[in-house]
Design a protein around this ligand. Structure first.
Ligand code: EPS
Length: 392
């Protein structure tokens, strides 16, 4: 079984991630992981911290001479800002001189303080922070490398930023990722890119924040990841959980799930045809997003995640209460991003990769990548024998 754990606070010494269950012999380099971390920093509208905080990566365990050993992989991403925070975030006994008693609405602050019995919101917000997505992105790069061995590639693009959407613009293909990453908002439709940037500029001027949505597309998914047999094995459910767990995500749709619910059944499904040329079953539409009955159909997977506008604003206007006095106040001003939607797409790719790699390991198994690929090829060689209609 493939699983991963992250640890680390936003202004702590660093983040660590352990990925367990990767087969042996997977080629991976520090540069590959580092380049995914760099992609997560993209996007117009990020705060000043993106300029001065470097994601300093160290491969700690599980990789030797550029290949996984089959043992747990441990990675560390140091916070280069640590010297400034060493006293405030010290693990040694003591107490902060700057207790935060004004929980910011929309964050984990208040309920986290109540649940864990803290009087300092920093005890909650440090771990709730989306800085943790650095560790997920690093883990996701390993999952992507494994999936690539099965011919799978994953991209994302921003489909909404604030009130600007891409509309019916054509979907990008795997070869378009570079162009998407070059866009200031990671949007594939150049005609709306400027409007998105303008909306970010206007929100920044007003000290406000913006949400939006990114679609993740998966090309070349094997048939049959996930299962219909149990609620917690359904691939759409697993993807929804993975995406919803990203900080500030409030809605997830698989394929056109958010649209087809308003249509008639005759308009809401993907018809199936046999393609003699490729010797595969094909669905020409993407309404189910490549997943039927909780299993991947082998077609393009589409999953979209919607992010709320970040709740930390540069203009403190949202009402809250000082928990020390119970007096009304406004949410304190913390340096923040205007929007993180372009970066969220990269994190969403990582979560989708981790879910799919977990299911691929479950289905094809194998202690080495070579064994896993053999199992995968064997499954593929027989896939269209059942049902045997094509032979009739
Ligand atoms: C974050 C708030 C900001 C972001 C941070 C996530 O941090 P700060 O208030 O220290 O500037 O910059 O994101 C990252 C550091 C990162 O690497 O993504 C939050 O509260 O979630």
């Amino acid at each position: 079984m493939l699983r991963f754990f992250t640890a680390g606070e936003s202004h702590g010494k660093g983040l660590v991630v352990i990925v367990e269950g990767l087969p042996a012999g997977l080629e991976i380099t520090k540069e590959e992981i580092q380049s995914e971390l760099a992609r997560r920093r993209l996007g117009y509208g990020r705060g000043p911290r993106m300029r001065f905080e470097a994601d300093e990566l160290t491969l700690i365990a599980g990789i030797r001479h550029g290949r996984t050993l089959g043992s747990p992989v441990a990675l560390e991403i140091a916070n280069t800002e640590w010297p400034k925070w060493e006293k405030e975030m010290s693990p040694d006994p003591g107490r902060s001189e700057k207790i935060l008693t004004q929980p910011r609405p929309g964050h984990a602050d208040l309920v986290g303080m109540q649940k864990y019995g803290f009087d300092d919101a920093r005890d909650v917000l440090e771990r709730a922070s989306a800085r943790e997505t650095v560790a997920r992105t690093a883990a996701g790069s390993l999952a992507k490398a494994l999936l690539a061995k099965l011919g799978v590639s994953i991209i994302s693009h921003v489909v909404q930023l604030g009130s600007v959407t891409v509309g019916d613009a054509p979907r990008p293909g795997p070869e378009d990722l570079e162009a998407i990453d070059e866009s200031r908002v990671r949007c594939f439709n150049p005609s709306v890119e400027e409007a998105m940037v303008e909306e970010i500029k206007a929100a920044a001027k007003a000290g406000d924040s913006l949400g939006g949505a990114a679609e993740v597309l998966v090309f070349g998914t094997p048939i049959g990841l996930g299962s219909h047999v149990h609620w917690d094995r359904k691939l759409d459910g697993l993807l929804a959980q993975g995406l919803m767990s990203i900080q500030a995500i409030k809605a997830v749709s698989i394929g056109e799930g958010h649209i087809v619910s308003g249509l008639r059944g005759s308009q809401a499904h993907d018809s199936i045809r046999w393609d003699p040329e490729t010797q595969t079953y094909v669905r020409d539409t993407l309404r189910a997003g490549g997943i039927e009955g909780g299993m991947s159909t082998g077609g393009l997977i589409s999953a979209t995640a919607w992010m709320k506008p970040l709740s930390t604003l540069n203009r403190p206007v949202i009402k809250t209460v000082d928990v020390a006095t119970r007096e009304e106040t406004v949410s304190f001003k913390e340096r923040t991003d205007v929007t993180a939607v372009p970066a969220m797409g990269v994190v969403a790719e990582a979560m989708v990769a981790l879910v799919l790699a977990t299911e691929a390991v479950r289905k094809f198994g194998g202690d080495s990548v070579a064994e896993m690929v053999r199992n995968f090829e064997s499954f593929n060689a027989h896939i269209h024998e059942t049902p045997s209609a094509s032979k009739a």
